[in-house]
Design a protein around this ligand. Structure first.
Ligand SMILES: [Zn+2]
Length: 231
């Protein structure tokens, strides 16, 4: 039996579903169906140096470029995508959308001198529970689309933080300020780094990471995420 027929039979019993709308995927579709890809609420912030995401870091930490692929809203397709990526084991979505975004970033002059991509590390406890770091999967996708390397041995977690959902920005900052440290600083000296994560909200986690990275001589940092609520 050829593999295509076998695939069809398997998909009769275990249809692969679109992470955004839940409809069955066609054979040629990966992770997200074509209609959903065509209607992704993209920000296009990577085309605009002075986009609203810059305000998140203003007066806090220096960033070269900051961008996010999609707008996140309660109940929209992006929320479904992120949920599958983080809580349903669908790590491949991170790689898929990361590559999709990486190809777009590669076309933009302001992202072309990126030397390496750094995912926000997950604490070992969470990593054990989830089995993977979604940011690392996004980073791998970005790297593939941009033709760059992922560096996972530079930025590391030092302590566990409790869930941050219901805390003010200040206490959130108190919570995250010491959680990262840099290993192998010589590897990133003078480099332009692209730090990536799944969502950009208050920027507190990202700020803590950037502060550590920029303590290394000559490091410049740009930030991209798959989603943001800021518009
Ligand atoms: Zn869909």
């Amino acid at each position: 039996m050829n593999t295509r027929i076998l695939d069809n039979i398997i998909s009769l019993f275990y249809p692969r579903l679109c992470a955004a709308c839940g409809n069955a995927l066609q054979q040629h579709e990966q992770e997200i169906c074509l209609p959903c890809m065509l209607h992704l609420p993209e920000t296009n912030y990577h085309l605009d140096h002075d986009n609203p995401l810059r305000e998140i870091f203003a007066g806090r930490v220096k960033v070269e470029e900051v961008a996010a692929l999609m707008f996140y809203k309660k109940g929209n397709r992006v929320q479904h995508i992120l949920h599958h990526l983080k809580y349903n084991g669908k790590k491949e979505i991170g790689a898929y959308l990361g590559e999709y975004y990486g190809k777009k970033l590669k076309e933009e002059a302001r992202f072309q001198d990126i030397d390496g991509i750094i995912p926000i590390p997950l604490h070992p406890k969470k990593l054990r529970k989830r089995g993977y770091n979604q940011s690392e999967w996004i980073a791998n996708g970005l790297a593939c689309g941009m033709g760059r390397e992922v560096w996972t041995d530079v930025l590391v977690r030092t302590q566990f933080t409790d869930t941050q959902t219901r805390k003010s920005r200040f206490s959130r900052w108190e919570n995250v300020k010491d959680v990262f440290c840099v290993q192998h600083p010589e590897k990133i000296e003078g480099k332009h780094l692209l730090v990536c994560d799944d969502v950009l909200t208050t920027g507190a986690t990202m700020e803590a990471a950037i502060q550590q990275l920029e303590s290394v001589n000559g490091v410049r940092v740009s930030v991209v995420t798959l989603a943001t609520a800021h518009n």
